[in-house]
Structures are given as C-alpha cells and as structure tokens.
Design a protein around this ligand. Structure first.
Ligand SMILES: [Zn+2]
Length: 432
C-alpha cells in the first residue's frame, strides 16, 4: 500500500492501539510521549515518527513485545544471533496476513493451494533449528517431518524412507544437502520447494531448476518480526524468486536511509514498513536493512498488489563466505597498501555458478587518485593484482590464495569517478 493521505486514518488507529495497549508498553517507552496519533495529519507528520530499529527489537525482552493476550500466540521464532547483536526472539500468532481483504493464515498464501494441487503428502522441513515456527508443526496436511541441517546423512535417509515430495528450507541448506539427498533418493520425485529465511539468487535458482526438474520452486520474503507482508504468486515465482507482492495492510516506504527521503520509483532503497492492523507484534516504520526496488509493472496474476524486487542486505561490515570471513577493514588495508587509490570504496559479493558449483566473487568499486587512470586498463590490472595479494581473508590467507584454492573467482575491480550515493561509506552488499 502506498503512503498517502488516505492511509492516515488507519495509521492514527494503529498508533492509538499500540500506544494505549494494555499488554505492552513497548511503543510508549520508545516514543516517550513524542508521537501523538491525533497529530499525525499529513504524510510528513508520519515521516517524523522515529524508525523502529532492529536494535530496539533485540534489546527488548520477547515478552515486552506481545500486544495481545497470550492465547493468540502459536509460535516463536528466533534468529541465530550470529551477527553479534544476539538472537532476536519473536512470539508469533499463527502467521497471518491480509489477503483479498481478509486475514488469512500465511500457509494459504499461494503455497498451501499449490501443495493441495500437487497432492503432496510428506514434506521435509530442513531449516536452521531456531527458525522453525511452532505453527508449522500443527499443519497435518501434508505431514511435515523435521530434518536436521547438521546431519545431512540421516536427513537424506529419512527423506528417502518417507518418500518426501516437498522441501521447506533455505537456499544455502538445500545447496549443501542436495548431494546427500541425491545418493539416497530420486530428485525427480520432489514436486515442491519452498524457500524462506534468505534470498535465492537467479544463479542458484537456475541450478536448482536443473537439479530438481519436476519441482515448483517458490520463495517468500518474510520479515519474521511480525505478520507476513509479502506473497509470491505463480508468475513471480517463475520469473525471479526475488520478486514479491506486497500485501495490503502494510505501508511500505522505500527510503534513501542517508537522507530519509523516499527514492524515485525504480530506484534502490531500504524497505521500511508499517503494519496497519492489530497483531501480536506490530512493526511501525521498521527498518528492515533489506534493499528493494519497487516496480512499475502490473503482474499477470492481475492482483492489485505492488511488486518489489528484494536485493538483499546492505551495510555489512563483514561477510561470511563458505567458512571464510571478509572484513571491510581488510579491504581498506589492501587499498592503503596499493598506491594510487582514494581510501573510499564499495564492495559487492556475487554468486556465480560454474560446472554445477557455486563460487563467490568479490567486486570492489574504487576511485583512482589520478583521474587519468580511470580508463587505464594496465593500471587497473596492476591494482587488481595487488589488491588480491594484499587482501587478507584470514591471518595467513589472501584473496589470491583462495582463488588458487578454487573458493573464490578472481577479484573484480571497477574504477569510478565517484561512488554511488548510498547510506554508508564503506560496506558490503551481498547480491545473493
Ligand atoms: Zn502476481
């Protein structure tokens, strides 16, 4: 739903609901009397409401974020907490959302119908242990069995004995689980794959389509902090797993987080969303850290829901790739050792498929000190070489060593006159 004057009454209603809430004083504490619902009269007033940051959610107790009676709660999810800020634990109702004007269970948002259509009986859940929501387990059709992502051998054995037809997992787990499953089971029998928890790059999608030729594959961008806000129709699932419909009952802002201004339609911005209906937890102006592009196009499914493409998280100071850890400070060190460059850069990590395997490639956008070198290919090659040798991924291994060990593809260097305008100066963008 677009933010305009017609959304203001709903905004005032939900603000009153959270601020007068008898179960939680989360927003009363956060806003400290500075947000008064009746005074939100224009879109600009709404835009002055402070963002809800992930930090706010992590630092509050899970029990302080419950806005309803405990009877509504059907599950709990948590992140693993590996980002250093600790796990984010969230209580959830049965995952509900607004769809066709009604509140419906998230499992019905397209995927449930598909599961019925395909006649699936046995469904394998192989997900990080904290992300399996209790409400999934109540689902008796199909039967869901929980596999262990830390024990692929046993999980593949169980999958084969149960003759599973569907898998719910993350793209990363499936990528590593596939060789085990292949040994025990005919992959052609898998008819349905649902991803969650992370994005699936088109590179990976193409690989999965080849590996599971008879499977319908879908991904849903789910912000696990509150109600489900997106849905992937059949057309979007076929086209690109990053494309999602934004469901009604949600206001999305697509912001340049440096200026706080709305970006132009078609430009990249951070997804900031607000839920307009009461729920166990109601995110208001929640900064997801996810970068998206809202599309102009209408979908073939003819539903009126806007379409956005999820591009992933940006702003990482470090990024873990197949057991290695790349730090933004390491890139800066390599730049400093490599003469002739301005100490500012942007780093990207991409996935590439080569011979059925996923490789990673790091791309660095750099500014040569001398403008004359912008188009100097020889200079660029020299810089690339030096960067590879000076970029330490661990205390003893350089990027170059990992290229030689077949973990990374050669470093990519792009020279620019100035860096694209984006929220932070130095950080990674993960394009997968
Ligand atoms: Zn659609």
């Amino acid at each position: 739903m677009e933010l305009n004057d017609s959304s203001l009454p709903q905004i005032r209603r939900i603000l009153s609901w959270v601020l007068k809430n008898k179960y939680s004083d989360f927003y009363r504490k956060k806003y400290k009397g500075k947000v008064i619902p009746s005074k939100i009269k224009t879109v600009n007033d709404f835009k002055k409401i402070p963002f809800l940051e992930r930090e706010d959610l992590v630092s509050a107790s899970p029990f302080d974020k419950i806005f309803t009676s405990f009877n509504f709660i059907k599950g709990v999810t948590a992140t693993s907490g590996t980002t250093g800020k600790g796990p984010l634990v969230t209580f959830l109702p049965e995952r509900m959302s607004m769809f066709e004007g009604k509140r419906v269970s998230a499992s019905y948002l397209g995927t449930k119908n598909k599961i019925i259509e395909l006649g699936i009986k046995y469904y394998l859940l192989i997900k990080p242990p904290f992300s399996i929501n209790n409400s999934i387990l109540e689902n008796r059709s199909p039967f869901a069995v929980i596999a262990d992502p830390d024990n692929f051998t046993a999980s593949a054995e169980i999958a084969s004995r149960l003759r599973i037809e569907a898998i719910h997992t993350t793209p990363t787990i499936l990528y590593f689980f596939t060789p085990y499953l292949k040994k025990k089971y005919d992959l052609k029998k898998i008819k349905f794959i649902q991803f969650g928890g992370e994005l699936c790059s088109n590179e990976k999608l193409m690989l999965f389509k080849r590996t599971f030729p008879n499977s319908y594959i879908t991904n849903r961008y789910v912000a696990s902090e509150g109600p489900v806000i997106t849905w992937q129709c059949e057309y979007l699932a076929q086209k690109n797993l990053q494309l999602q419909h934004l469901l009604p009952g949600t206001i999305a802002e697509c912001l340049d987080t440096l200026t706080g201004e709305e970006v132009a339609r078609g430009d990249v911005g951070e997804l900031v969303y607000t839920i307009l209906y009461p729920d166990v937890f109601v995110p208001i102006r929640y900064r997801t850290g996810d970068y998206v592009i809202f599309k102009e196009e209408k979908c073939k499914c003819k539903k009126p829901y806007p379409i956005f493409e999820a591009l992933g998280k940006i702003g990482y100071d470090s990024i873990a790739i197949q057991g290695t850890k790349l730090l933004i400070s390491d890139i800066l060190d390599a730049i400093k050792k490599t003469k002739g460059l301005v100490n500012d850069f942007k780093a990207h990590v991409h996935e590439r498929i080569r011979g059925g395997r996923i490789y990673y490639i790091v791309e660095v956008q750099l500014i040569p000190k001398d403008k004359k070198n912008l188009k100097n290919l020889l200079f660029k090659e020299k810089i690339r070489d030096k960067m590879e040798k000076n970029l330490y991924i661990s205390s003893s291994l350089t990027y170059k060593d990992l290229v030689d060990k077949d973990v990374f593809l050669p470093l990519k260097v792009e020279f620019m006159e100035k860096l694209p305008h984006e929220p932070k100066r130095r950080y990674f963008t993960a394009h997968y």
